[in-house]
Design a protein around this ligand. Structure first.
Ligand SMILES: [Zn+2]
Length: 76
């Protein structure tokens, strides 16, 4: 008998918002993305082990990571 397990990272785009970029200083749309790492058992996702959020400037492409609290304060 064997057990097949692994980790799988899934990315979900979330609705972004216009904001001022910290790098280029322009007011433009910032895309928000959720990355969830899930434990898989026989290639079936069982539960989420970690979750992170990233925000990306659509003008210069600068990516910053956000905490869950920062992400929740953005999506009012
Ligand atoms: Zn920028």
């Amino acid at each position: 008998m064997f057990i097949l397990f692994g980790l799988k990272t899934v990315e979900h785009p979330l609705p972004g918002r216009p904001a001022t970029c910290q790098r280029c200083g322009r007011v433009c749309h910032h895309g928000l993305e959720e990355r969830a790492t899930r434990l898989t058992l026989f290639l079936i996702p069982v539960f989420t082990t970690s979750r992170s959020y990233r925000i990306m400037c659509s003008n210069c492409g600068t990516v910053n990571t956000l905490t869950r609290r920062q992400k929740n304060s953005l999506s009012v």
